[in-house]
Design a binder for this molecule. Sequence first.
Ligand code: ADP
Length: 604
Amino acid sequence: MKPVSETLAADGRGETPPPAVERPVRIERAVAVAASTLLADEGDDGIERVLDVLLEATDTDFVFLDRNVHDPERGFGFTNVAARCRPGLELSSQVADIFTFVPWSRLPHSRQGLEEGRAVAFTVDELEGPERCFYRDVVETVTRSVVKLPVGRRGRWMGVLGFARTEAGHRWSDDDLDLLGTVASLIATFWERQELDEARTTSMAAMARRIEMEHALAEAGRMLLLGHGEDSLRQALEALRRATGASFAFVNTCEDDPELGPVICSHVTVAAPGLVATVADWEYWRRVPWSRLPTAYRQVAQGRAFAFTIDELNGKERAWYEQAPTRIRSEVKIPIFIGGDLAGIIGFSDLSRARTWDRQDLLLLATAARMVGVFWDRMRAKETLEKLVRSKDEFVAAVSHELRTPLTAVVGLAQELRSDLGRFSRDELEEFVGLIADQATEVAHIVEDLLVVARADIGQVNVAPTRVEIRPELERALAAVFADGEVTVAGDPATVTADPRRLRQILRNLSTNARRYGGPRVEVRVRPGDGVTIIEVRDDGEGIPPELRERIFEPYRTAHDIMGQPASVGLGLTVSRQLARLMDGDLVYLRDGSWSVFRLTLPS
Ligand code: ADP
């Protein structure tokens, strides 16, 4: 079969029976009405009016306007925009449904001509293949003769303006087609203008939304910058939730649970007016192992925002969302990092919307996440500072207490002596002066420890190592603390390389501790070795709990709060280890059976 348009052309449109005299005039008028209607921009009503006018002017049974559509799933096709029938020829709703989308592949003959910008005219009987089936099965009642005009501009084919008659073999004059072609291009212009208007409205709406988001971000920033506690975070989050229009906004923190492993924990949640996060929700989301949300974890751990609808999730992750007391439809999670570590997430969920977030929105939300990170960082720094201030206060109290005890004795005895020196016998005087000297030495020792710690903080402690005989130093240190014969020193004589003054300071601290905190039996062992000499101060006391064995070497740290010992400064071991290390040795704690051992190593 020849293409119908050619058949029609060959038949000679001029040979069709002459139309009613006034027909060309009617069509011309219809074109003028169409032009003024479309220019007046009456929207889709205008299109309907144009079709009405065309139906009447052309004496056809059916006028239709279709618009091309690129459907991501169904491909390239068209949808009917408007249609008008001669009275008595109404189309069934079934037919109307079919024309909500028709793939162009079903009408290859029409498509070819229209795509090339030509009018296509045919009688259904002359068609072949799928197009014939389409017209036979679907719209035979009204369309025996059809003419279709491409609606398009500047090479862009946008749709079809079509006319159909119930009787077969109707012919259209070239003049008619020219005039109707003018209407088709007016419709194309009208559509283009509509598209431009829509694009402008959309971009203005997007701009307005962006401005609102930026406003919210600034507001959130202000609150996080000026505020302190959870309330500021809540207000900041609410500002962001309002701007996004989300049902819920939340901030969760990442934690390590000894049993569950890495978990994501609810921290702050805000809800849209009329919605509440129920107790059941709170409980459900309170502590969720990351292993239940593997896709979300993979994304956020790599620093990416994860936006999803629940249908897009799989397996246990989807089940977790589907079993939640309040079922949400879509969500976005944005990671919060502090110093390279995933510290938490900020998220927004929608109950009924399958929302897609655009790049710009996600960038703004990522900024919000960074601000929360900075906020948390600041909160942590503040807490550390407060703790430090507290521990310094406690330290000052402890030091004052430690210094006051010997000082009270010194002051008391000195005052007694001054009030009446002659009252005391020589033996009494010797004893008093001895006590004053001992107590003053104790004060001097505490001050010496304090100075080491203060200087070590700024790296200014000097050591002057020489060869030192260890045994006499040990005996001197022990004699100051223990009664004669109370402590045994085992091992061979040894010489170490150390600063004698600093060595004494260490030995004094270890002996005092053994007396204060150790068991009834105390012994000291010296093991000279190749390169290093080991000096162990051992006692058979309860010792130090395993979790504190390293921490007792930290400044101001004591273990006896737990063990019920009296108050002290908590510097002796810190100082001793620092000094040992400055002299290229070390000091560690270990448990040897029922013995508590402080092991000092020094270069031989
Ligand atoms: P201080 O003696 O001022 O408390 P140290 O740094 O010397 O400070 O000691 C830190 C803590 O270690 C002590 O408070 C005590 O709890 C614990 N400790 C030290 N030596 C012993 C020991 N021999 N047995 C048990 N606990 C000890």
